[in-house]
Design a protein around this ligand. Structure first.
Ligand code: SF4
Length: 202
C-alpha cells in the first residue's frame, strides 16, 4: 500500500498568485528540499496516510463544500511525485489539479497546472518550465536584484505571459513600492499579495 506524508488537508480560498480567491481543497505535503530563510510554512509534523485514505478525505471535503479545485502544496510536493501520480489516478477527471512548487526537482505531469515559485537556481527552473502551456510563475521579491532577475529572464526567454511578483510578507508594502518604481522596465507583471494572512484565513 502506497503511503503519503501529509501535513494537512483543508478547504479554504487560494490566498495568492494567479488563482487568488478561488475556493479549493488543499493537500499540504510534508518536507522540503530547500531551506528559505523567510519560509512561513509549518511543515514540522506529518501523518503517513494511504493514497486511498487521502483521496477519500479530499473528495469528502470537496463534495461537502462544492469544490472543484485541488491544490497540492508543501513543503515541496514534488518530493513525493510518485505518490501524487497514484493519487491523481484515484480522483475524478473533472477535478482541476494545481500544484505549488519551487520547481527545483523538475517534474511535469500534463494533468497538473503548475504555479512555480523559483527559490534557487531560478534560471534553471524557469528554463525547465517556461515552455509549457499550463505553467505560471510567481517570484518572491526581497530586493531590487530579484526584480532585475525577473526582467532579465523575461527578456532572455522572450516570455510574454504574465508573471506574478510577490513581496516577501514581512516587507510586502515596501516591495510593492519597489515594484511600482520599476513599472517603466516591467512588462506584463502582476502583484501577488498573501491575502489569506491579512484575512486570517488558512
Ligand atoms: S521552498 Fe517553500 S516550503 Fe521550501 S523552504 Fe522555501 S519557502 Fe519553505
Amino acid at each position: 500500500m502506497i503511503k503519503i506524508k501529509v501535513s494537512e488537508i483543508f478547504t479554504s480560498f487560494q490566498g495568492e498568485g494567479p488563482y487568488v480567491g478561488t475556493p479549493a481543497t488543499f493537500l499540504r505535503l510534508y518536507g522540503c528540499n530547500l531551506n528559505c530563510e523567510w519560509c512561513d510554512t509549518d511543515i514540522s509534523t506529518y501523518e503517513m496516510l494511504s493514497v486511498d485514505d487521502v483521496a477519500e478525505i479530499i473528495l469528502t471535503q470537496m463534495e461537502f463544500n462544492n469544490i472543484k479545485t485541488l491544490i497540492i502544496t508543501g513543503g515541496e510536493p514534488t518530493l513525493q511525485m510518485e505518490e501524487i501520480k497514484r493519487l491523481i489516478k484515484e480522483l475524478p477527471e473533472d477535478i482541476k489539479i494545481q500544484m505549488e512548487t519551487n520547481g527545483s526537482l523538475f517534474e511535469y505531469v500534463p494533468e497538473i497546472e503548475y504555479v512555480i515559485s523559483p527559490k534557487e537556481d531560478k534560471e534553471k527552473v524557469f528554463e525547465n518550465y517556461y515552455n509549457y502551456e499550463n505553467t505560471f510563475f510567481k517570484f518572491v521579491i526581497t530586493s531590487q536584484e530579484d526584480i532585475d532577475e525577473v526582467i532579465s529572464l523575461k527578456e532572455k526567454y522572450n516570455y510574454d505571459k504574465a508573471i506574478w511578483l510577490q513581496g516577501e510578507f514581512s516587507q510586502d508594502a515596501e516591495m510593492a513600492d519597489l515594484i511600482r518604481e520599476n513599472f517603466p522596465r516591467l512588462e506584463n507583471v502582476k502583484l501577488s499579495v498573501q491575502t489569506h494572512k491579512y484575512l486570517n484565513q488558512r
